[in-house]
Design a binder for this molecule. Structure first.
Ligand code: FPP
Length: 246
């Protein structure tokens, strides 16, 4: 932790929390047991991100594709989301954390939708860490719905096609209120982005670790940040140009 340069932190970290199922199966347990332990890691990582001074943290909790998992796992996850959110909101609020949710939330059961809306409203005026939970989210879904929104605006005459700039497109995405992630972490040994923030991660540094999500703790986050700080972010420029800019 003392080796971290607090002036060079990524403003926004996105995490694919992978490996709950394998972690549980390795222990001879049900997959849901892994998800319950994954919640402990969520808590630890949110605490650490707050302490370190990260401004935005996005967690990929449930993808559009995850709806195709066995029904018992999907139902169990929905119950876990609603219970965890209801239980954690008072503490998140006390710690000045703002909760936001991105994804096709209309797919969620009514009780879950209500819990998310309440949590968002309750923490809306907080000014600390913005914790974004991606639920029923997929990047292709998001890009298609943004395109539909813009096409409708063109059809209505509110927008000309040549007015669709990168900024206008980004504003039609569910992440319009947040900066692009500068660092993406994926746990559990998979080296993929899997339909997560594809448009937003154009220049994100990607960090992969073999650690399963239920084992992920502050020290793993700090290691990812140290790795991030050892890299040179050039955004398509030359090394010399970037160093002059510094
Ligand atoms: C991926 O592991 C994990 C998920 C699909 C669910 C993640 C959910 C949590 C950690 C709970 C978070 C709760 C809140 C409120 C944010 P996997 O099941 O794909 O694992 P595997 O690849 O080993 O099978």
């Amino acid at each position: 932790m003392e080796n971290l340069d607090l002036n060079r932190l990524p403003k926004h970290i996105a995490i694919i929390m992978d490996g709950n199922g394998r972690w549980a199966q390795e222990k001879g347990q049900d997959r849901l047991y892994g998800h319950y332990h994954g919640v402990i890691s969520v808590r630890k990582v949110v605490e650490a991100a707050t302490e370190i001074g990260i401004e935005y943290l996005t967690l990929y909790a449930f993808s559009t594709e995850n709806w195709d998992r066995p029904e018992a796992e999907v139902t169990g996850l929905m119950v876990l989301f609603v219970d965890t959110i209801a239980k954690e909101v008072p503490d998140l609020h006390k710690n000045n954390i703002k909760l936001r949710f991105i994804g096709d939330l209309d797919m969620l059961p009514p009780a879950a939708k209500k819990a998310l809306a309440d949590a968002t409203e309750q923490t809306a005026n907080n000014t600390g860490l913005t914790l974004i939970i991606a639920l029923s989210y997929s990047s292709r879904w998001e890009i298609v719905q943004a395109t539909q929104k813009l096409a409708l605006a063109v059809q209505n005459g509110a927008l000309q096609p040549d007015q669709i700039t990168e900024a206008v497109f980004a504003a039609a995405l569910t992440t319009s209120d947040f900066p692009d992630p500068a660092l993406m972490i994926r746990t559990s040994g998979e080296h993929r982005i899997s339909n997560f923030l594809l448009y937003q991660m154009a220049y994100a540094e990607l960090y992969f670790t073999d650690t399963r999500w239920p084992d992920f703790r502050k020290e793993h986050l700090v290691n990812a940040l140290l790795d991030y700080q050892s890299r040179e972010r050039r955004f398509g420029k030359t090394s010399a140009q970037v160093q002059t800019n510094d």
